[in-house]
Design a protein around this ligand. Sequence first.
Ligand code: HXC
Length: 536
Amino acid sequence: MQDYCDERNPVANLYVFLDMEDKLNSLKARRAKAELGGGQKRIDAQHEKGKLTARERLALLLDEGSFEEFDTFVQHRCTNFGMEKSHTDGDGVVTGRGTIDGRIVYVFAQDFTVSGGSLSKTMSEKICKVMDMAMQCGAPFIGINDSGGARIQEGIDALAGYAEIFERNILCSGVIPQISGIFGPCAGGAVYSPALTDFTLMVKDTSYMFLTGPSVVKSVTGEVVSQEDLGGAWIHTSKSGVAHFAADNETEAIESLKKLLSFLPQNNLEEAPLKPTDDPVGRLEDSLNDFIPDNLNQAYDMYTVINSIVDDGDFFEVHASYAKNIIVGFAHMNGQSVGVVANQPKAMAGVLDINASRKAARFVRFCDAFNIPLVTLVDVPGFLCGTQQEYGGIITHGAKLLYAYGEATVPKVTVTLRKSYGGAHIVMSCKQLRGDINYAWPSANIAVMGADGAVGVLYGKELKDEVNPEKRAQLKAERTAEYNNLFANPYQAAQKGYIEDVIEPATTRFRVIRALEALRGKQQNVPAKKHDNLPL
Ligand code: HXC
């Protein structure tokens, strides 16, 4: 293929002598070459690994015919290590604008076939350009990462390029939704930029996230580890919590990404789109009336409650495999997008630990930043205690969730199903953390702690002093009954106005929707400040 326009080789530059038809042909040829990225052989290698190319990914992501590509012909400017002899139009990233379900988004997709998708200064300029456009236009920004990080041959220029992207990630944060797909082995800046965005999706078996890959790990620390064990999808969605979603393949990952976007507004000044539904607002779910086990310590599945109250039983879970003792995700209620936060009695009795606190805090803050009301379903025995949690800093991490709910100004509707004890009661969107409308089921227990713990603290000495085992057991039963009579119900809280109402479980969907409607247009301010000092 003849390159008529090579400014680095004036002798070969015949472009000026071409007529318009030839110029059009030249354009087509040059575009076709750019679209091949690192060449057919590397594209085949990408396909053999079960991966798509950057352009194939964008074609799946964006509405057909909506993609407007920018900077197709941009090339790197590096002259180190003979790099001046190797140029690819586009320089390893495809950037531009398109629509998803008719809504504008700005995108980039790195092309692993060109220098392993590594980031040159030029690539960073292309990415920064679409980030700036996304910010100016108030549209979401989506990055598909498939990159070995900073392009080693460019040295400090590549690092400067990443810093410029990070700075924009930070400025965009809380203004436009930022979503990262991890669609290959991603290292260095290619994982730090996603870490600054709102949601990260991975693909099982083909995508990895690490500071640096296994070969560099081996040379630095001597540790021998596979890509999968170092930073595969399972590690980051269930162990580290760095990624929010793991899909079986790229097509599924892109479908998830689109679904996620359907719950989100374009920016922090807008509301999420309404999703019309035939699910009646007043639908009663009679099965909920006898859903809660009589035994306080018996587990049940909170998903049943969530699915039965949201529109069409459609709940889109975030961070499903991480800290399963708390559930977070999006749903619609009478068409309105809501963020659901719920303790899960089926996992560790729904206790709040470090991971659950971090997971829920981040989700609550996201919803608050983007005007998505919060629906909180409470059944929490407390914070997990013990040395492991204390040494890990449960106090600071638990405070994150406390902080997140306390600062949130979006409408907050809370329903207490069963246990709501101690600090965990406060944290889970209680009235005094500016919970707007708080309901409880008749099965609710709202207290400083459960009866066993309380009787032990209040009457431990008395029980110890009773030497007759039968009498001791009877005394304990009496004290427990006394405590339960006082606190094993929602009415102490209701009498004091700490909850708005005790509701029939079957009516929960209707009551929550009506509460959300009552809160439409809610305005609440926070004191002026440079920024807060969240306990990080
Ligand atoms: C230049 C790179 C590159 C890089 C990969 N390549 N990473 N070129 N700079 N950072 C090139 C390879 O030389 C190779 O080129 C091609 O991409 C494919 O790479 P392979 O290693 O063959 O692929 P694979 O076995 O799949 O391994 C992928 C990988 C590994 C795990 C990403 O390449 C790797 O570990 N790369 C280095 C990762 C890294 O440490 N990056 C720097 C991070 S520092 P050829 O021509 O042979 O096909 C950073 C700074 C930001 O990013 C700091 C943030 C705070």
